[in-house]
Design a protein around this ligand. Structure first.
Ligand SMILES: [Zn+2]
Length: 63
């Protein structure tokens, strides 16, 4: 089974990209958010945080 030998050991996940928001690694198989400027981030909190920081968004209570 030479095919199986090509997989990396499970304790060494392959890094696909680096998150522009938290600086963490995004591994192959994880969901990745790709922005128009080619930055990448994790989905969820990093996605929200990145967008808020880039666009200067604020969440306020409407008055
Ligand atoms: Zn992140």
């Amino acid at each position: 089974m030479t095919q199986l030998d090509r997989f990396p050991p499970p304790d060494e996940p392959r890094v696909s990209a680096v998150c522009a928001y938290c600086g963490g690694e995004i591994y192959v198989g994880d969901t990745l958010v790709l922005y128009a400027n080619n930055d990448t981030s994790h989905e969820g909190e990093c996605e929200s945080g990145y967008i808020a920081a880039e666009l200067g968004l604020e969440r306020l209570v409407a008055e």
